[in-house]
Write a protein that binds this ligand. Structure first.
Ligand code: COA
Ligand code: AMP
Length: 632
């Protein structure tokens, strides 16, 4: 089939408002918009102002009431606990409605924030949808973050309530969430009045009297009373959620997602980009704490009337590298979406995919990879192993949906290895040099998107319009700065090569090296430090801390252990900070800027050129030597 991509992209270019108005007919609105797009509203304009709607209604109720009541909506598969549960759209509505009633009883209403700090259990999904139902704004915090990170998010969002669980489960260890939550609340100035705690069988926890409530008991009572909370109409431009993501400092950015544009964009993506039909099973093997989990575990598949899979496990070790194949076969998964690192892990554990043939993957059509650069070697291995198209696509927490892709539903274009495809409607992607001039095809530069952003992209940062403008809009007037470096080739394919800021991508997780430097610098023996991301065969990148010691403390082995523990304790295990390299001095420019990019090239054995502004070139030799030096 010839691809309709170019024709569809052109139709968006010719009349973006008509394009999105047409896409919006797939959503049930309570009342229509004043206009599709108001360029004068918000910072760069707002989509569907004046319209009222409810995201939970579109994701749950309209299916439960419209012929999908008995269709599975959510399949929970947890190899880590051995549990599986299926919720039909009817059952999902009952769970969400009861929880919405509990939240209302706790005083949560439209516009109030609710922080959700949960492992990969169905209640995390119910919590998000229950907030959406009553017009509350959820903010999910990934379970791998430590108390201080959670506290920073609680302080910024000032939630009326927190929904959490007694514990999460990682292979071989139970992560007690409740002490982390208690510590975060102790650290934060904005103390939530109520916490709803899910007690898990694997490990319970104590509840603080007057503040903590048992999730199961309150929900059961609400159900017994037959409480049915209707979906509250909200404005299309009202926030559905805040999702914090790493910025260039330790302070995370609160990405705001609206209700209306988000629904329109995600619903459009399910068929046109992912090639999925309502009723089919879609599995995003991510975590609800990340944007991929928000968009493609929860909202997009449910808005589309699909069955979604919530997987509590890892690609390897739960119990083995065949677990993905089992889930695909058992739940008749049509498409899987995961990060390349998951496939690198599977390939390392089972290079010949010996665990594959015992599973029936005949319904499986497409593998989607995102979250980090998909290296051609991994893509080709996945293609060979699965015998289906492997689609790399590029997006960010800020956009909530792919900026570029090879659109399966519109008809696939030829695959170019190393490229996450072509820009999707909504995104006019350009590559500019540092002075803001367009570069020629095939030339590397700053990847930017011409304003306005597509529906569903962030309209601003929570309570911080100024930071939104400074971080994304100031450097290239008229454009959104993605902070990715890349190129567009002569056929219009994008290649995303690296970040232009201090963000690194560790196993598909976005982390700030600036945030890690803030922690490392607090160690009394550290005079100066630089944390950079260095290449890693499994995780793509891992952080590495270069430290200049002030001679005040013990041996480097002790300092290294302490630094690793500090980063784990302050940021969380997800930072995967496990390497410290002592150096005499850090390479700097004459104006004192640390030359992190050159250090990274040296560490990754890439070609590098001597920066013209370097203060003392000899320091780069010292860095190379320090990296080669075996540990004492
Ligand atoms: N709660 C608590 N701790 C968590 C956690 C959570 N939700 N998620 C991860 N951690 C911990 C891990 O246990 C690990 O701790 P350790 O240092 O004690 O071993 C640490 O954080 C790092 O985790 P991770 O980066 O996931 O590495 P891993 O070695 O456990 O697993 C992979 C490696 C490749 C299997 C894993 O990273 C993976 O499946 N990645 C998929 C990426 C993904 O889902 N990306 C989302 C965007 S699509
Ligand atoms: P996050 O906000 O966590 O989704 O991370 C977004 C960042 O991950 C992007 O800015 C890119 O640097 C990187 N990224 C995501 N998807 C891809 C991809 N397909 N190819 C290359 N980089 C990607």
């Amino acid at each position: 089939m010839a691809s309709r991509y170019r024709e569809v992209y052109r139709s968006w270019q010719n009349d973006p408002h008509a394009f999105w108005a047409e896409a919006a007919t797939e959503i049930d609105w309570f009342s229509p918009w004043d206009r599709v797009f108001d360029a004068g509203a918000g910072i760069y304009g707002r989509w569907f102002p004046g319209a009222t709607c409810n995201t939970c209604f579109n994701a749950v109720d309209r299916h439960a009431e419209g012929g999908r009541k008995d269709q599975p909506a959510l399949i929970y598969d947890s190899p880590i606990t051995g549990r599986k549960r299926t919720y039909t759209y009817g059952a999902l509505k009952a769970e969400v409605s009861a929880l919405a009633a509990v939240l209302q009883d706790l005083g949560v209403g439209r516009g109030d924030r609710v922080v959700i700090y949960m492992p990969m259990v169905p209640e995390a999904v119910f919590a998000m949808l229950a907030c959406a139902r009553i017009g509350a704004v959820h903010s999910v915090v990934f379970g791998g973050f430590a108390a201080r990170e959670l506290a920073a998010r609680i302080d910024d969002a000032a939630p009326k309530a927190v929904i959490s669980a007694s514990c999460g489960l990682e292979p071989g260890r139970i992560v007690a969430y409740k002490p982390l939550l208690d510590e975060a609340i102790r650290l934060s100035a904005a103390k939530p009045q109520n916490c709803l705690i899910l007690q898990r069988e694997e490990q319970g926890c104590d509840l603080v009297e007057g503040r903590d409530h048992d999730y199961a008991a309150l929900v059961a009572a609400a159900r017994q009373e037959g409480r049915d909370v209707p979906c509250v109409p909200v404005l299309a431009t009202d926030p559905l959620y805040i999702l914090y993501t790493s910025g260039t400092t330790g302070r995370p950015k609160g990405v705001v997602r609206d209700n209306g544009g988000h629904m329109v964009r995600l619903k459009w993506s399910m068929f046109n980009e992912f090639g999925i039909r309502p009723g089919e099973t879609f599995w995003a093997a991510s975590d609800v704490g990340w944007v991929v989990g928000h968009s493609y575990i929860v909202y997009a598949p449910l808005l589309h009337g699909c069955t979604t899979v919530l997987f509590e496990g890892k690609p390897v070790g739960t119990p083995d590298a065949g677990t993905f194949w089992r889930v695909i076969a058992e739940h008749r998964v049509t498409a899987l979406f995961t990060a390349p690192t998951a496939f690198r892990a599977i390939r390392t554990a089972d290079p010949e995919a010996a665990l594959l043939p015992q599973h029936d993957l005949s319904r499986f059509r497409t593998l989607f990879l995102a979250g980090e650069r998909a290296d051609p070697d991994t893509v080709k291995w996945a293609e060979r192993t699965l015998g289906v198209p492997v689609i790399d696509h590029w997006w960010q927490t800020e956009t909530g949906a792919p900026i570029s892709q090879n659109p399966v539903g519109l008809g696939m274009l030829p695959v170019k290895y190393g490229s996450p495809g072509l820009p999707m409607p909504g995104y006019d992607v350009q590559v500019l040099d540092d002075a803001g001039h367009a570069v020629a095809a095939g030339k590397l530069g700053n990847v930017v998107v011409r304003l306005p952003l597509a529906p569903g992209s962030l309209p601003t940062l929570w309570n911080d319009d100024k930071r939104f403008e400074e971080a994304y809009l100031h450097e290239f007037p008229g454009y959104y700065k993605t902070a990715d470096a890349g190129l567009i080739d002569a056929d219009g394919y994008l290649f995303i090569m690296s970040r232009t800021d201090d963000i690194i991508n560790v196993a598909g997780h976005r982390l700030s090296t600036g945030g890690m430097e803030e922690v490392v610098a607090e160690h009394p023996a550290v005079a100066e430090c630089a944390v950079i991301g260095i290449a890693d065969a499994l995780k793509g990148q891992v952080p590495c801390g270069f430290v200049v010691l002030n001679g005040k403390a013990a041996d480097i082995a002790t300092i290294e252990k302490e630094l690793i523990a500090m980063v784990r304790e302050r940021i969380g295990p997800v930072a995967a900070f496990k390497r410290v390299v002592p150096v005499k001095r850090l390479p700097k420019t004459r104006s004192g800027k640390i030359l992190r990019a050159t250090m990274q090239k040296i560490a990754d054995h890439e070609e590098w050129t001597m920066p013209a502004t370097i203060d003392d070139p000899l320091i780069l030799d010292e860095i190379a030597e320090a990296l080669e030096k075996p540990k004492d």
